[in-house]
Design a protein around this ligand. Structure first.
Ligand code: HEC
Length: 189
């Protein structure tokens, strides 16, 4: 469509004749209405989703526990993948930085995942000990430690570290996991 091109090119309508300008206006009106309808539809849809999400009680402790266990499993999955490379079971050394970045990003979410009252005393399905909230500063420091060690893993991988170098940093990163699990996570029942 010629008029569409005129509009899309971003040039002013100054050089156009009366007929052309009218065509552009009609096109804009037409198109404008379509866009408006789409926007309204999107707004209503997202409002409906928000309402039904509210009905499902967003951020209920039980839902957060499920969510944080999923995040922890993801951290565990990426760590397990790096273990495979460090042991030389797979040659995907070029993947390590991506796994380390995922762990690093997830480690920043950890404090969000532990709202007060989501402990094992209140919910049977979690292994989170009440000590987390009794010593929140220590818990946050443990999460920060993982941030640091995973950042170091990114550096080692991006610096072209071999499987041995990755294995060495994996030991450090593993200590950061244990540094939190030991004081703050109950044994499996
Ligand atoms: C700052 C504390 C903290 C750090 C750091 C941490 N974790 Fe955890 N992790 C926890 C807690 C607390 C739980 C128990 C969560 C629950 O049951 O609700 C947990 C649970 C898990 C689980 C079990 C998830 C499930 O299915 O219930 C895995 C796997 C896991 N962590 C892996 C890791 C790995 C691997 C690292 C290090 C790379 C790590 N975590 C670092 C606190 C931490």
């Amino acid at each position: 469509m010629a008029t569409r091109n005129l509009v899309d090119c971003g040039c002013t309508t100054g050089g156009m004749g009366l007929e052309e300008r009218k065509a552009v206006r009609i096109w804009l009106n037409d198109e404008g209405r379509k866009i408006m309808r789409k926007t309204m539809f999107a707004l209503i849809t997202s409002a409906t989703v928000a309402l039904s999400a509210q009905a499902m009680a967003v951020d209920e402790p039980a839902n957060i526990i499920k969510y944080r266990q999923a995040v922890m499993k993801a951290i565990g999955g990426h760590t397990g993948a790096i273990v495979g490379v460090a042991k030389g079971e797979v040659s995907f050394i070029g993947h390590v930085a991506a796994h380390a970045r995922a762990i690093h990003d997830m480690s920043k979410l950890i404090p969000d995942l532990f709202p007060k009252g989501s402990d094992r005393a209140a919910f049977a399905e979690t292994r989170a000990l009440p000590d987390i909230w009794a010593d929140w500063a220590k818990f946050e420091a443990a999460a920060r430690k993982l941030q640091e060690e995973s950042a170091r893993m990114i550096q080692v991988a991006e610096g072209g570290g071999d499987a041995a170098a990755i294995g060495a940093q994996l030991q450090n990163m593993g200590k950061a996991c244990g540094g939190c699990h030991k004081p703050f996570r109950a044994e499996k029942k």
